[in-house]
Structure formats: structure tokens, C-alpha cells
Design a protein around this ligand. Sequence first.
Ligand SMILES: *Cc1c(COP(=O)(O)O)cnc(C)c1O
Length: 362
Amino acid sequence: MRSQSHKVLVIPGPVEVRPEILDAQAQWMIGHRSTAFSELFARLQEKLRAVFLTENRVFISGSSGTGLWEGASRNCIRDGRKVLHLAGGAFSARWADVSRLNGKTVDVIEVPWGQAHTPEMVEEALRREHYDAVCVVHNETSTGVINPIQAISEVVHRYDDTLLLVDTVSSFLGAELRVDDWGIDMALTSSQKAFALPPGMALATCSPRILDRAKEVTHRGYYFDFLELEAAAAKNNTPSTPPISLMFAADAQLDAIAAEGLENRWMRHLMMRDLTMQWTDAAGMSMFAPDGYRSPTVSAIRNTRGFDVDAMAKFMGGKGYSMDKGYGQIKGKTFRIAHMGDMEIGTLEAVFEGLDEFLETQ
Ligand SMILES: *Cc1c(COP(=O)(O)O)cnc(C)c1O
């Protein structure tokens, strides 16, 4: 049934999904008000808590991660209060836009693309002004920068009334993430990045502080009203029809992740990041992100050799790989190699071989 002409996805989302997981989606459909569904939901709660490392609720949403950005912005910021966004790339800047478009008053700590945010920057902003929430992207997929969430969280927690909302879309299940130990009120993510599922499902951990806050917000919207999501989840259910096939896939994938071991999975990603750094160096190019802030799941590489990224993608396409050509304002000046999800080291090495062959033609 699946086409033979598939190219292996080396792009940072959606990522390659293993055939076993594609098949897990193909089970008979069940009604979402059935016992079978509430059992599936309850099972997923436990398995998801184990990988987010939290005791908190994990919401399951039939949307991409962007939907939960909107939910977080709407439920966590009261009328007349402000939100602080940390922006340094395409995704973090877009989340700030989402808050603005939902009528919130937004301040932004902006760093140049490719730089990380420091706890000192956050401290300075929080000392000056009260914010209902700090919104930060753990792993900025456009630049390959990973932010020091634990250190930022320590600062945010000095301010009682300020929630810490973290986009973990491209870090969850690829980079170290400890929701409770690090004091993250909400970690939101999508299915199609390092979770290595098809797109269409989003997840978010939700601390009791978030629910308390949501009660003080009048216009929480409808689809992403956290109080409604919580009321349904308490009964192992969802307010509207959930992405049941993706939940079947998640159930199988979480078993595979448990078998690999969460920390082993983080280690495999770090190894792939380090191999990518070595290859980049050997190829005479350099990483876009500074040392110490390089993402375990995606590398943005400076195209210092000035090759044509379209030609590279075409060449690699011929070898059966779908490649990225850079994102937004750094497209072409950089390109990205995603090394996330269930990618094996051998696959990444084959990608390097292909790229070496391409570079020899330059
Ligand atoms: C992909 C991505 C998003 C957008 O997620 P969708 O699931 O496509 O809505 C948001 N933030 C980061 C960091 C991402 O990598």
C-alpha cells in the first residue's frame, strides 16, 4: 500500500515514522465515549507522565503544537496583565505573534537569531515589571539553539505569580527535559518531531497553577479552554473528538521508547549532534549555534562554502533523502540536518556520505 518512491525525511518535522508505527494507526476505529477509549486515554496518561517526568496532567489535543500556543496564551494571561516572550528565531517570534493576535500585551526579549537566552536577561526583565507568564522555546528549530530552561526556570520561580510556559515541540523525547524537577508549568509539544509520529496531535503538561490562573481569565476561547480539557481528562476523555489513530500510534511508540530508555534516547540524540558537529568541521563549515547551546535534535550549519542549497537538496533527493534548505531569514545561508526521533546513527552517516559526494562536485 505504501509507495516505493519514499524519501527518508531528514527535515526537522515531520520526521521519518517507522513502518510499525504507521501500522499501529491502522487499527479499527473506536468511539471516544467507549470504555476502550477511556482505557487508552488512561494508559497514555501514565506513559506520557513517565516521559515528561511529571505528576501533572498531560492534555491531548487534536491539533498541531500551534494550537496549544494559542491555548497557553489565552488561558494563562489575565486582562490588563502582560506576558514576556523570549524570541530568537522563527518559532519563538511566531509564538509572540500568537499572543498579540489573541489581544495580549506582549514584551519580548529578543536575541539575534542563533543566540540563546540567558537567565540574567530574564531576571532583568522580571525585576522591572510583573508578567503573568514567561513564554520560552526550549529548542529553537529554525536556528538549532537549545535554551537553558532549568536556569531560566530558577529565575522565573523567584516571582510567585509568573508562570513558566515552555514550547518543547522539537526537544520532547530528543533532549533532556524534566518537567517537575525543572518547575515547568506547561510543556507543550507536537507529535511529528522527536516523538516520531505523524502530525496532528499536540500534548501539554499542565500544572495546578495553570488551572488556577485559567479560572481568572474570562475569555479562554472554546477549543483550547484548559478548564474544559481538564474536566474531560479527569474522566479519561476529551471535550471533542480526539485523534484516535494517532493515540494508537503513540501507545505503541511510547512502549518502544520505554524499551530504548528515555535517557538512552537523549544520549543517542547527543551522539547524533556530536557526529554532525564533527562532519561539519571536516567539511570546512561551522555550526550556526554557539558552543554549549547546540541542539541535540537539529543542527543549523553555516553554508560557508556557499553551495546552492537547491542543488544540494536535488542531489540528495536522488539518493532518497529529503533535505532542509534553511528557514526564514537564514535560508540558504544555513541549512539544517534534523537528527531526531527514531533516526539511527547509520542513517545519519549515510546522509553525510551523500553530502560529501555532493560537495566534491562543487
Ligand atoms: C515545529 C515547531 C512548532 C510548530 O509546531 P506545529 O506542530 O507545526 O504547530 C513550534 N515550535 C517549534 C520549536 C517547532 O519546531
